[in-house]
Design a protein around this ligand. Structure first.
Ligand SMILES: Cc1cc2nc3c(=O)[nH]c(=O)nc-3n(C[C@H](O)[C@H](O)[C@H](O)COP(=O)(O)OP(=O)(O)OC[C@H]3O[C@@H](n4cnc5c(N)ncnc54)[C@H](O)[C@@H]3O)c2cc1C
Length: 389
């Protein structure tokens, strides 16, 4: 029977980053098991926005460390994450301004060069916007976006070079636990004997752990994205925007087009992760098109290029579940990223590798323990939209 020192379940941005960091630190034999292809799940459908605006210190520090790693991705992995530094703008109505200022002040404690802009200062960045419903914005000039698939594939290839085994097209069927400790992982290619497991299967994590009596409160939320082509003459969108006044986000895409979706206050469509509509609904396209046109009246006649739907793995407080599982030695979870996990994944690989190795991680993520829900300590961010964290 094959043996491993650690088996990582799931080859999205989280699992591949952790496998890379474990292999890099010579933890022992690292095996990553992915039932499809690396990065093929929700990671490949990510919009890839990288921002540092969060309400809690560990998330700010994870995002800031990840931004450093995205910037140095080629040196780290010999691959590209397609990181584009274009700046991130969080537009806010009056009711969100107090929270926005508090989050920017918190960022400043960690040396982040963000600022709060007035409407005239926002207009100076992009005079094409209508700002009558906007009281101000948070501005992060160093932020931007990267490619989910490229990031996961880059981490996986680098992990393999560092000695990890990557098993694609191999489903994990169950975890085998003996005497309160992980003993093996049963896969479609047979059993792997191992004392340690990292479960990073996104929306599919609860189903894998439920037979062990581990209840992970993750629901799958269908999330749609539309690509719009503004009329010729509009030019390119120059920044990533999350618009709290209207509840939508938009980022530049190749060919002077944009990718856009909604920022919900609560998940609107809970679905089965194995049976959901992967297309885009006409009323969603109209809703996003209207918000886009209201913000950019000069681009109101945008053409719809394509649309798709994928999944957020949402927890009750829209924050991930991270770390060791009480009562089952060797079992760790990193899932439930609630639509904002891509930007955290490079730094989380470092943190998870340290935790699995039994070391103190540089960023303390203990507040994201699974038991917080039973303890009555959910971690809600300050903004109305849970995804803002
Ligand atoms: C439309 C959309 C837009 C997003 N935009 C952003 C954004 O702008 N910024 C941001 O930071 N985040 C964003 N996210 C969220 C981000 O993409 C995710 O949080 C992140 O990519 C999750 O990665 P993961 O590795 O945790 O999980 P996943 O990508 O879900 O990977 C889990 C993997 O586990 C595999 N798996 C499942 N079950 C098994 C099994 N039994 N055996 C083996 N393998 C299994 C799956 O095939 C999958 O590849 C977005 C997500 C979506 C869907």
């Amino acid at each position: 029977m094959p043996t491993a020192d650690v088996v990582v379940l799931g080859g999205g941005s989280t699992g591949t980053s952790a496998a890379f960091q474990l292999a890099r630190r010579r933890y022992g034999k690292v095996v990553l098991v992915e039932r499809d292809s690396v990065g093929a799940g929700p990671t490949a459908k990510s919009i890839g926005i990288i921002r540092l605006h969060y309400s809690h210190e560990p998330l700010i520090r994870l995002a800031a460390r990840s931004l450093e790693l995205f910037k140095g991705f080629e040196g780290l992995t010999a691959a590209t994450a397609d990181f584009t530094r274009c700046g991130f703008l969080l537009l806010a109505p009056e009711r969100e301004m107090g929270v926005l200022r508090a989050n920017v002040e918190l960022q400043h404690r960690f040396g982040i060069g963000s600022s709060v802009l007035t409407p005239p200062e926002i207009a100076a960045l992009d005079p094409r916007m209508t700002l009558d419903d906007v009281a101000g914005a948070a501005w992060e000039p160093e932020s931007g976006f990267a490619d989910g698939y490229a990031t996961a594939a880059g981490f996986a290839a680098a992990a393999r070079r560092e000695g990890a085994e990557i098993w694609e097209k191999t489903a994990v069927q169950r975890l085998i636990v003996d005497g309160g400790r992980v003993r093996a992982v049963q896969t479609a290619r047979g059993e792997i004997s191992t004392p340690a497991v990292l479960a990073a299967c996104g929306p599919w994590t609860p189903a894998l752990l439920q037979p062990l009596g581990v209840i992970v409160p993750i629901q799958s939320s269908r999330q749609q994205v539309v690509q719009l082509a503004p009329p010729p003459g509009f030019g390119a969108l120059g920044v990533v925007i999350e618009d709290l006044a209207q509840g939508f986000y938009v980022r530049p895409e190749a060919g002077n087009t944009v990718l856009a979706g909604v920022l919900e206050e609560e998940a609107e469509q809970i679905v089965s992760p194995d049976a959901f509509d992967r297309g885009v609904d006409l009323d969603f396209v109209e809703r996003v098109g209207q918000m886009w046109a209201r913000r950019y009246p000069g681009a109101r006649d945008a053409e719809v290029r394509r649309g798709y739907a994928s999944l957020y793995d949402i927890t009750p407080d829209w924050q991930p579940v991270l770390g060791a599982v009480d009562g089952i030695g060797g079992l760790h979870i990193a899932a439930g990223f609630s639509g904002h996990g891509f930007k955290l994944s490079p730094a989380l690989g470092e943190v998870l590798a340290a935790i699995i190795a039994g070391e103190t991680a540089g960023i303390d993520v203990s507040m994201f323990r699974l038991s917080r829900f039973a303890e009555g300590h959910p971690i809600r961010g300050r903004h109305a939209q849970g995804i803002l964290g």
